[in-house]
Design a protein around this ligand. Structure first.
Ligand code: GLC
Length: 450
């Protein structure tokens, strides 16, 4: 695949930073949006939304890839070529999703901020409840939202309105060293116990230093990892009304966290797991020091990029489960949102429709970029599927979202990841961590969650 020829390094919140050589060959397909002679710059204009032909907008986005070719600038260049009178100025956002969110909260609630922003899929409820994002469904028709892969629009909806336009999807996957599995006559693991035993075999033979690396630091990524074991153990975080903890919480959380801690205690995973973000796991894996890794979609192209020591030796599979068969993948990803203070909503919508339309989605998922596109039509195109090894696994995975339907999600997640990380560090027992997770979530919800 084309991404094999790209150079890569990892940003500190774990999204890839991929230096690419050229976009040559990227097909520039016809726009899926109407551009009929409008120059609207406000939603009150008589022109239909998203048909602006001129204007200046600012776009807040953390790096998705950087280097010789940055996906954000590749998008802007192609967009401005199509819309020469709309100027998009990129504002570099913090790479850590938590810092990114709190910076935007401060800016927007203070009446400022960018026109449009790329934000995490876990933000819609909070941003909607606090008036930090425009309800896109007030401007865009149902037919626009119908084009996205199932579940993505539901995840961006709060109280009947859609706030985020799905830009790209992330999912958790298992990456493994197919050369070592072949050499040792091992199969791709489908249970956590099998993964642990194979990892021990590989480490014992001195083929890698570490068995399995994942994300256990005191940040959002640890919640993503935890949710995968937790869903597999039959757990739900919130009760059906979203007002408090689900009855299944404690038993499933104990099983989930118990497994994560066992990986460290048994030496399958490094002691430093409680400090690991995506970038740490990725560095170990691409340096050849880990046999297995949990990471997002970009793990495959990153491990096969120039600078990696494991090029051509990497396999990707669904994460294992407790019982066998495909386990759960947490749903991550990023949406496009509009700041309620934007004076350019028509141009904002034009840009968003273009990014999430066929042309924008083809750019992100072909050539030097290998995001999972959100648009079903693009996802199903042979040229996209054939060039993207991770996309081939997507139909096999089971998905679990984070409990982000509550505007209190940031505090709910903090109660999860702080305790996961403390248990992984060994400063709390599994049962103490699960108890304080439960009480932290309950107090975050405060009986008034949705
Ligand atoms: C990825 C995911 C995002 C998640 C973050 C956690 O960027 O797309 O949804 O919150 O990782 O580190």
């Amino acid at each position: 695949m084309a991404s094999l020829s790209t150079r890569t390094r990892i940003s500190d919140h774990g999204r890839r930073t991929r230096a690419a050589v050229t976009v040559a060959g990227t097909a520039m397909v016809a726009l899926g949006v109407s551009v009929a002679g409008a120059s609207a710059s406000s939603p009150h204009s008589s022109s239909p939304p998203g048909t602006a032909m001129s204007g200046h907008i600012t776009w807040w986005s953390s790096p998705i890839s950087v280097g010789n070719l940055d996906l954000r600038t590749a998008w802007i260049k192609a967009f401005e070529k199509q819309y020469p009178k709309i100027k998009v100025t990129l504002e570099a956002a913090p790479t850590n999703t938590d810092t990114n969110r709190s910076t935007l909260e401060t800016q927007i609630s203070g009446g400022a901020g960018p026109d449009v922003f790329m934000g995490d899929v876990i933000w819609p409820a909070q941003f909607a409840a606090h008036g930090l994002a425009v309800p896109l469904s007030k401007y865009l028709p149902k037919s626009y939202f119908a084009g996205f892969a199932p579940g993505l629009v539901a995840g961006a909806t709060y109280k009947g309105q859609v706030y985020g336009a799905p830009l790209f999807e992330d999912q958790g996957f298992l990456y493994y060293r197919k050369d070592l599995l072949r050499k040792d006559h091992l199969k791709v693991p489908t249970t956590w116990a099998q993964l642990a035993s194979e990892a021990k075999t590989i480490v014992k033979k001195g083929q890698t230093k570490e068995g399995y690396v994942f994300q256990g630091a005191d940040y959002e990524g640890a919640t993503c990892n935890f949710m995968e074991y937790f869903a597999d153990a039959g757990g739900s975080v919130l009760n059906s009304k979203g007002t408090g903890l689900a009855p299944s919480f404690k038993a499933a959380a104990t099983k989930a966290l118990g497994q994560e801690v066992a990986f460290i205690k048994s030496g399958v995973s490094p002691k430093a797991e409680s400090t690991y973000q995506e970038a740490n796991a990725m560095n170990d894996f691409q340096n050849g020091t880990a046999a297995f890794m949990r990471n997002w979609d970009y793990g495959y192209s990153t491990a096969n990029s120039t600078g990696s020591k494991v090029i051509g030796k990497v396999g990707v599979a669904p994460l294992p489960s407790f019982k066998g068969g495909a386990g759960y993948s947490n749903i991550g990803g990023w949406n496009m949102y509009i700041n309620p203070h934007s004076k350019n909503i028509a141009a904002d919508l034009t840009f968003i429709k273009w990014l999430t339309g066929k042309q924008g989605q083809l750019i992100e998922s072909t050539g030097h970029f290998s995001e999972i596109p959100t648009l079903s039509a693009v996802r199903n195109m042979a040229k996209v599927k054939n060039g993207n090894a991770v996309l081939k696994i997507v139909p096999k995975t089971k998905l679990v979202p984070r409990p982000a339907q509550t505007p209190k999600y940031a505090s709910v997640s903090q109660a999860i990841y702080q305790n996961v990380s403390a248990a992984l560090a060994g400063t709390k027992s599994v049962s103490a961590a699960v108890s304080s997770m439960a009480s932290g979530i309950s107090s975050a919800l405060g009986g008034n969650s949705l």
